[in-house]
Design a protein around this ligand. Structure first.
Ligand code: BJW
Ligand code: ZN
Length: 242
């Protein structure tokens, strides 16, 4: 354990309300590709061609296939020690909220409960016109199907560029109330998720960041813990609640 890990463990032991804000780096050790950086999805695919409402309107089949590939990937992997450490943290604290940008539901599969999926969920679908959720639609089908209500094309239930994130108000409330914020595996370049961390810090929360490298947030947080979260987070949680 480093001094930074020990210091954070003490803060967690004393905390009442803790928030974790996560990104693709949390699932990287499970084998889910990140978006930016080496091997990132946006290295080989242009976001504008795949992750915008305009892309879906232009070529729904291409977008659907990209998401089917992502769904198959996620179904073939397991939560990693960082996901499990967050579940243990949730069970050890009076109040805990995990705000994730990830659409892979691995935190749920690790047993996490109070989770806000800011960018939606890969395994859900909604109507591209009336936005009704499609509870009966099978997700991994080769072609996008048609809405049960209005007949328009069904799309993946994720948040694309230019769209509003889901559950922003409860995420904001959690940031305004927490004593400790953990920022895990996000490049902190996509808004409004990135600005949520600043809100917690401004109201006096102690903020720690887990990442392989510095991000635009690093200068504005209290502790930076370098390394893969699956290795650096579990010992902190264990030390806090052993
Ligand atoms: C590890 C690790 C390990 C690796 N351990 N760490 C200009 C300025 C400001 C804002 C805008 C702008 N132009 C447009 C905007 C708004 C736009 C935006 O922010 N764009 C920026 C890119 C510039 N935002 C939006 O459009 C959002 N909506 C919105 O703002 O609504 C209001 C509005 C309406 C109309 C017009 C404008 C505004 C919606 C954003 C939706 C993002 N969607 C995606 C795709 C989701 C579906 C899908 O999965 O396909 O969400 S994009 C992608 O990025 C995905 C992610 O959730 C998101 C964030 O990425 P994340 O999680 O941070 O991953 P990476 O890969 O970037 O980083 C991984 C990190 O992990 C790295 O730091 C690694 O070092 C680290 N790491 N292994 C620890 N083992
Ligand atoms: Zn519809």
């Amino acid at each position: 354990m480093t001094d930074a890990q020990r210091q954070l463990a003490e803060k967690l032991t004393a905390a009442r309300k803790v928030v974790a804000l996560s990104g693709a780096g949390l699932s990287a050790e499970s084998g889910v590709p990140t978006f930016r950086g080496d091997g990132g999805l946006w290295r080989n695919h242009r976001p504008a061609d795949l992750a915008t409402p305009e892309a879906f309107a232009t070529d729904p089949q291409l977008v659907w296939e990209f998401y089917n590939w992502r769904r198959e990937k996620v179904l073939s992997v397991e939560p990693n020690p960082a996901h499990h450490a967050l579940t243990e943290l949730e069970r050890s604290l009076p109040a805990f909220c995990h705000i994730t940008q990830n659409v892979d539901a691995l935190a749920h599969r690790a047993g996490g409960e109070n989770i806000i999926e800011l960018h939606g969920n890969l395994m859900t679908t909604l109507c591209s016109a009336c936005r009704e959720a499609q509870p009966h639609a099978p997700v991994i089908v080769p072609f996008p199907t048609y809405c049960e209500h209005c007949g328009a094309l069904v799309r993946p239930g994720v948040v694309w560029f230019g769209e509003s994130v889901t559950q922003f108000e409860p995420a904001l409330a959690a940031m305004n109330e927490c004593d400790v914020l953990l920022v895990i595996g996000t490049s902190a370049v996509v808004q409004p998720a990135a600005s949520l961390a600043t809100i917690a810090r401004r109201q006096g929360a102690f903020a720690a960041e887990f990442n392989l490298e510095a991000t635009p947030l690093t200068d504005r947080i209290d502790l930076f813990i370098a390394g893969p979260a699956g290795r650096t987070l579990p010992p902190v949680v264990q030390a806090a609640f052993a």
